[in-house]
Design a protein around this ligand. Sequence first.
Ligand SMILES: *[C@@H]1O[C@H](CO)[C@@H](O)[C@H](O)[C@H]1NC(C)=O
Ligand SMILES: *[C@@H]1O[C@H](CO)[C@@H](O)[C@H](O)[C@H]1NC(C)=O
Length: 218
Amino acid sequence: MGVSPFIGIAITIALISLFFALYPFTFRLPASPSPSSLRLFTVEELAIYNGTDNGLPIFLGILGSVFDVTKGKSHYGKGGGYNHFAGRDASRAFISGNFTGDGLTDSLVGLSSTEVKSIVEWRDFYIRTYIPVGKLVGRYYDSEGNPTKYLKGVEAKAARGAQLIEKQKKEEAKVPGCNSKWSQDEGSEVWCDNGYTARSETTRNSIDRENEQTLCML
Ligand SMILES: *[C@@H]1O[C@H](CO)[C@@H](O)[C@H](O)[C@H]1NC(C)=O
Ligand SMILES: *[C@@H]1O[C@H](CO)[C@@H](O)[C@H](O)[C@H]1NC(C)=O
């Protein structure tokens, strides 16, 4: 005894409608569909996402790029060790470790090229690890979301920092018995092969800047 094919069609239609009715709830992505990657924040708007309100995502700014770091809530949320970074751009503090008062600034004035390079590497870390949600209007992005001269200057300085580190590595490699490496956590480190003794020597270059170098002597 066959069931009327119309019932089958009616059920199918009902299921399809139900699917679309529930679709936004079932398949809605956490916080950030792609168009919001163009979202522009003011300092005040970003400050709301500081991890205080559990119903809101946590946002962090670095070099004017804003990331959703909610999945790192234990670090960036209330009471977390990196909570100072939430709801603001404290780019400088990534290298200074100064989380008090004016230490929490996005100004990089006076930092060396290798320090600026480290901050750019931190931004790369956030790009790899978290979800970009937009740009902070101010020092690094203008009101249209375009990079400012300041950001271009920072990126150029970071590139010089990278060249400097390469050059230092090459020079140190020329010294017999001497080894060197550079890491973000420990900076540059020099050590001597067995049989060589490390000696520190201060040299002066043409513009009268002191430069300390480790030599390995037999
Ligand atoms: C932190 O965010 C909450 C809302 O999420 C806001 O009321 C508060 O003012 C923010 N704190 C600062 C220091 O901006
Ligand atoms: C942090 O920065 C503030 C403002 O620049 C300064 O007054 C303070 O001494 C700094 N603290 C440390 C530990 O460097």
